[in-house]
Ligand binder design. Structure first.
Ligand SMILES: Cc1ncc(COP(=O)(O)O)c(C=O)c1O
Ligand SMILES: N[C@@H](CCOP(=O)(O)O)C(=O)O
Length: 479
């Protein structure tokens, strides 16, 4: 499988090069040159596979023969051996037609672990096979950072720097990042929002000379492997629920910020999984909901909410969606992204909007509704939702599609006790989270500029750069 840029400005690259490139060198995002199409017979065969086997089959489609199948199997097995549930991502029936897909059984209690355990092991594998260094730069609104650090910390050959918005992540999210004592981890709390952090890393990745000099790699969902790894659980959940409810139409409701998680569901649908609709569930930062409603993609003022990991205005993966909306037309995407840079908005005509609505429904869930959903669901069933999942559940209720709906439970409530307390509820923390309180923290507060961040990167990554080669220089040793 080869990978190309949504903006058409790079020569096709293989799977491992795509993982290493992160953001495409022309500023676009990498996508597979073609999407594998799955027949009904294949879906039937896959129905009985374990989570790990299913991941292996899917990844083999996207990785081709670039790494030996036994090595890929080993990476997959090790990635999900760290999960606390034997099904990795089990489904739980909440009400008659509503299920939650529990994505929080990994090391940091958030859905990001599903992809970042895998990406961490993939980076460590590439480093080992090539004797090279991996320097990771990421931005987080709280979950990606903790999860990425957990995915790589202690792994030789890998160093990681994470930017997060100072004072805008939950207490547990901050502790998960800042209490890691590993010298290979640098936490920079920037004086701004997540959008500033994301803008800064895109600016730094866009500086080709700097990116190359310090061998920078991405762990955000700009990295195509993040998206590919998340496709598995749409298949797995679909198989589990359709066994219980044969013949019913199935939709997914997805708490959405950067459009990464829901985009993985869109790819699963495009590959042939018979998902009816994908519900975009946001908080008051509702740029994606407004797009589905009126066809205009335009950031508005940032709002701090009870679901802080979705406090995002500019959704990174929206560009990948535009690529498919316009029939894999990179020239059109390039034009639209230039329009966005120039005018601050993208507007699509009514006919295109109808095609958007054939796949997506969308709801913005306000703070008050998020909290009442948490307390009502708990009162009705004893099941405690985290505030992001609550947005997904509330959006599913409001849309009332008449389908079976699977709401993605993207985090464990213990990560967001601030919202749980505001809902009038108390919870006890899992031991792994309780153990974080009182540990020493390591972080540095920096201004929200690329220059300020680059200074830290030069110091942090500089010493190691040049000692070991970049993987690109020795890639042939992998095969
Ligand atoms: C708990 C939680 N839910 C939902 C989201 C939104 O996911 P995405 O950004 O992939 O749309 C995030 C962050 O990305 C998150 O951390
Ligand atoms: N909500 C995310 C924001 C970063 O998104 P990503 O999926 O692109 O890594 C977070 O938790 O950091």
């Amino acid at each position: 499988m080869q990978y190309i840029s949504t903006r058409g400005g790079i020569a096709p690259v293989g799977f491992i090069q795509a993982v290493l490139m992160g953001l495409a060198d022309d500023g676009g995002l990498l996508v597979p040159e073609h999407l594998p199409q799955l027949s009904a017979a294949t879906l039937e065969q896959w129905r009985t596979l374990s989570y790990q086997e299913l991941t292996l089959e899917l990844l083999t489609l996207f990785a081709g023969d670039e790494l030996p199948r036994a090595d890929l199997r080993d990476i997959v097995q090790r990635s999900y051996a760290t999960f606390r549930h034997p099904d990795v991502t089990p489904v739980h029936r909440l009400q008659d037609d509503l299920y939650v897909l529990e994505l929080f059984h990994g090391p940091t209690f958030a859905f990001k672990d599903v992809a970042l355990q895998l990406l961490g092991n993939m980076y460590a594998y590439i480093s080992q096979q090539t004797g090279s260094i991996i320097h990771i730069l990421g931005a987080t609104s709280g979950d990606t950072g903790a999860s990425a650090i957990a995915g790589v910390s202690g792994k030789p050959g890998v160093r990681i720097c994470i930017l997060y918005p100072h004072g805008r992540v939950s207490e547990v999210q901050q502790l998960q990042m800042t209490t890691i004592a590993d010298e290979n981890v640098l936490n920079l709390a920037i004086e701004g929002t997540f959008d500033d952090a994301q803008r800064i890393i895109k600016e730094i990745f866009g500086d080709a000379a700097f990116k190359q000099r310090y061998h920078l790699r991405a762990i955000n969902s700009i990295n195509i492997l993040r998206i590919l790894a998340q496709i598995t659980y749409y298949f797995y959940a679909y198989f589990r629920v359709s066994e219980q409810q044969p013949g019913r139409s199935i939709s997914f409701s997805v708490p959405t910020g950067n459009f990464g998680d829901i985009f993985a569901g869109y790819l699963a649908k495009q590959m042939g999984l018979p998902i009816h609709r994908l519900i975009v569930a946001t908080n008051e930062n509702d740029i994606l909901v407004r797009f589905v409603q009126d066809g205009v993609y335009r950031p508005e003022a940032f709002r701090s909410t009870h679901s802080p990991s979705m406090d995002i205005q500019v959704a990174s993966n929206f560009e990948r969606y535009l690529y498919y909306l316009y029939g894999e037309n990179a020239a059109k995407v390039k034009e639209l992204m230039a329009e966005f840079r120039a005018n601050g908005l993208i507007s699509v005509p009514q006919a295109d909007l109808e095609r958007v609505r054939a796949d997506f429904a969308a709801r913005s869930v306000e703070n008050a509704t998020c909290l009442t959903t948490i307390s009502q669901v708990y009162a009705g069933s004893g099941y405690l939702l985290d505030p992001h999942t609550a947005c997904g559940v509330a959006a599913a209720d409001a849309e009332a599609l008449g389908d079976i709906t699977i709401a993605l439970a993207t985090a464990h409530p213990a990560k967001f006790n601030e919202a749980i307390a505001l809902s009038g509820l108390e919870q006890s923390f899992p031991d792994e989270i309780q153990a974080l309180f009182g540990k020493p923290q390591r972080q540095q507060v920096v201004p929200a500029t690329s220059e300020a961040v680059e200074q830290h990167l030069v110091e942090f990554f500089g010493a190691a750069s040049g000692v070991l080669p970049a993987p690109e220089d020795v890639l042939e040793t992998l095969t």
